[in-house]
Write a protein that binds this ligand. Structure first.
Ligand code: ADP
Ligand code: ZN
Length: 740
């Protein structure tokens, strides 16, 4: 038999090897194997076992790779589809299927020495002979304990129970105690945590309808399709996920739950843990290699049957998968920004199809793509229209900031008078407030009034952001940092000024305006680790913080019943982005942030500050009018034939020599035109909206069309199997989410 093997070299090629007779029983699709390659050996995965090969001189594969984990067959199939669809090499796609810790073969299971009573009869007679004798007290105690516990870890006997190693040693030599190595799990941040068990809630009528559809699909009474669960915040989507998971577990199947990394908060985790306890495997970014290794095998062996995590949890090796949930399906973080540039939501739908598992995509603000799929009947749409506990939706007020005049020197204009009043009234009533601004840093730009100089990153075509706390100018694109100048670097004038606003400045202004209130800021400048995050959230939960200021980090998933006011400092910020999804993102963000208010018994209020109150997106968001917004946005997209009415592939060209990049991009795009069939439109190459980052010029070509199969194949060939000139990088982003 022949094994078709994809090696770890990024060649995007498959090599055939003979499977030696004696290895036939152990080599199958998905096996990790060692193969001779040139003069060396390599590792790879068996993609297929067949009888035939078109190659003439075949070598034999060496054998299973030491310490290597085998891939479930269906996952491998998914990887091959990803390589094809997302125009990346087979190796890149397959690499993403396995965490590095598992793939490398370097991490080993953790072993621990366990002591057990060797021979019950011998132990009993030892005990009856020596009980009560002082010299044997320690040894008798050890034996009694081992009989009772059925086995105890050696280090625990020594360090926890304070038995001496010499007594244990004597018992072992006398054949009374046996020592054996057992595989144990590494303890991770979640494993030791005790959570009170939680019970399912009686479903609301909306939830009951959703769960009935799940039942019908599981029983194949209605055709299986991906379910799009559209429910306003607080409508009980999470409860639907929990109960749907319970249903598939009852059938002996497993489940995967994807959440945006940012929502993997202790709050979400503890809700799942309360319901499912140790059957849960939490795959978060803070796991060590060893912990990740353990979790992977726990899922593979079926010891854990629910994987919860961000994007990459989609590839959990769950056997007999019954359900995949993608929460906040519209989130752009589901799209990976490096190769393979896959969308975890879309790949989830594909994995569901391959493994005949149900897929639930949930959101308060589903993406245009998913709404169109629902409209076309590709997805089954279920709506949860009411809040689960019958709270009123928050009252939303739009504040026209133009009414309050231009900024006056020395006065805070970030807070309009109505917002100031609203915050102060909350402080008097001891309620909590969230203030949201999706920009970190102190000021956006440093300007010189004397000569007009603006401080810009020399390597990127963007302005520096000023951090007052650190007294630095920082580039948010390349991470470049310089000391903040005290005089203009161009003309030497001391009249420099910082304008624009970030969360750091809002925090300073809030201290000035809201006096003794306890204020905290949450953004990627202040939250350097998961511990920071948990600490601040904990304080807010306990009421030790009155006002929480933050970026999108606080927009999602958080549940604080005492928050009765949310202030959106500048709703217009995102609308200016040169991206056809700018309106959609703005609508989603406002809706998400607004959903943080009034989650408890007290009614919530949301104030949206804007200079464009007449803007359709802001109007719809303030009226909680999702349908109105969809009609408006989808119509614009249909006219322009933008996604979801077409697919979009971006081809990026980058390099330090602008002429070289531009010329190559033009040639490349011209060649590509030949593959553009009917209804396929190419645009560009043109400079990207941010045309230089880290010293590299950026050009891009956009490809729009409903059927892009042919051009995708050409792109695969041209980007993976042809060499671009030295100094030019080319890559493809299929179904691009960001145009920057
Ligand atoms: P979503 O995920 O849509 O934001 P959640 O599932 O978090 O909504 O539910 C919002 C709140 O309503 C939570 O406090 C939850 O405990 C409560 N809740 C959800 N479903 C029910 C129910 N059927 N009965 C009572 N309370 C519920
Ligand atoms: Zn830069």
């Amino acid at each position: 038999m022949i094994a078709r093997v994809v090696t770890d070299l990024a060649l995007d090629r498959i090599f055939d090897y003979i499977i030696p007779e004696d290895l036939l029983p152990v080599i199958r699709t998905g096996s990790r194997v060692t193969v001779p390659f040139g003069n060396s050996t390599r590792e790879g995965f068996v993609l297929e076992v067949t009888r035939f090969s078109t190659c003439e001189k075949l070598k034999s594969l060496t054998g299973p790779a030491p310490g290597g984990a085998n891939l479930p067959e269906k996952l491998l199939e998914l990887g091959c589809w990803m390589a094809d669809y997302y125009c990346c090499t087979q190796e890149q796609a397959i690499r993403t299927l396995l965490p590095g810790a598992v793939r490398s073969g370097k991490v080993k299971p953790k072993m621990r020495k366990f002591c057990t009573a060797a021979d019950a009869a011998a132990v009993q007679s030892f005990l009856s002979l020596h009980s009560g004798q002082k010299a044997f007290a320690g040894r008798c105690e050890i034996l009694r304990m081992l009989l009772e516990s059925g086995g105890t870890a050696m280090d625990e006997l020594v360090h926890f129970y304070n038995f001496s190693t010499s007594s244990i040693g004597t018992l072992v030599r006398n054949g009374l105690v046996r020592v054996e190595e057992r595989e144990v799990l590494r303890r991770n941040a979640h494993s030791g945590r005790v959570t009170l068990p939680g019970k399912p809630q009686d479903p609301t009528p909306d939830q009951a309808r959703a769960l009935a559809v799940v039942d019908d699909m599981l029983a194949d009474r209605i055709p299986r399709k991906s379910i799009l669960l559209h429910g306003v915040t607080n409508s009980g989507k999470t409860e639907v996920y929990l109960q749907a998971i319970a249903k598939v577990l009852a059938l002996g199947k497993s489940a995967i739950v994807l959440v945006p990394e940012i929502s993997l908060t202790p709050q979400t985790v503890s809700r799942f843990r309360a319901r499912f306890g140790d059957r849960l495997s939490i795959l978060h970014s803070g796991l060590s290699d060893g912990e990740r290794f353990d979790e992977w095998f726990r899922l593979q062996r079926g010891e854990a049957s629910i994987a919860v995590g961000a994007r990459s949890a989609l590839f959990a090796p769950c056997a007999d998968l019954g359900l995949i949930v993608v929460d906040e399906e519209h989130e752009s973080s589901y799209k990976q920004s490096e190769a393979p540039r896959y969308s975890a939501r879309d790949v989830a739908v594909m994995r569901g199809k391959l493994e005949n598992a149900l897929v639930i995509l949930g959101s308060a603000t589903p993406s245009c793509e998913s709404m169109l799929n629902a409209k076309n009947g590709k997805y089954h749409l279920i709506e949860l229209k009411n809040q689960a506990r019958n709270q009123a939706p928050p009252a939303i007020r739009v504040i026209d900031q133009r009414a309050y005049g231009p900024p006056e020197p020395g006065k805070s204009t970030f807070f309009s008078p109505p917002l100031i009043d609203a915050v102060k009234s909350r402080m008097e009533r001891h309620e909590q407030v969230i203030l949201f601004l999706n920009r970190r840093g102190y000021a956006r730009v440093m300007l010189c009034d004397a000569c007009g100089y603006e401080a810009r990153c020399p390597d990127c075509s963007v302005s520096y952001t000023y951090s007052r706390q650190r007294q630095t100018l920082e580039c948010h694109f390349c991470g470049g940092v310089i000391a903040a100048p005290e005089v203009c670097p161009q003309c030497g004038d001391p009249k420099i000024r910082y304008s624009g606003v970030g969360t750091e400045k809002i925090e300073a202004a809030a201290h000035a305006v809201f006096g003794p209130a306890r204020i905290a800021r949450m953004d990627s400048d202040t939250m350097r680790s998961a511990a920071d995050y948990e600490e601040t959230l904990g304080k807010f939960q306990r009421g030790d913080i009155d006002i929480l200021i933050g970026t999108q980090m606080i927009a999602k998933g958080l549940h604080f019943p005492e928050v009765t006011l949310v202030g959106i400092i500048n709703a217009d910020a995102g609308l200016a982005m040169p991206d056809f999804r700018a309106e959609e993102r703005t609508f989603q963000l406002i809706t998400q942030v607004a959903g943080r208010a009034g989650r408890g018994d007290l009614p919530g209020e949301v104030l949206i500050q804007t200079c464009k109150p007449e803007n359709e997106t802001i109007r719809c968001a303030s009226e909680l009018d999702f349908e109105g917004f969809m009609n408006f946005d989808m119509e614009a997209r249909e006219v322009m034939k933008y996604p979801p009415y077409s697919h979009l592939i971006l081809v990026h060209f980058r390099g330090e020599d602008e002429d070289l990049v531009r010329v190559f991009a033009s040639d490349f795009s011209r060649r590509l035109e030949a593959f553009a069939g009917e209804g396929v439109r190419l645009r560009g190459p043109a400079p990207a909206p941010i045309d230089r980052i880290k010293g590299k010029y950026r050009y891009m070509t956009m490809i729009f069309g409903e059927k892009l199969g042919i051009i995708r194949r050409a792109l695969r060939q041209m980007t993976l199997h042809e060499k671009a000139p030295d100094g030019v990088d080319v890559f493809v982003d299929v179904d691009a989410q960001s145009l920057l």
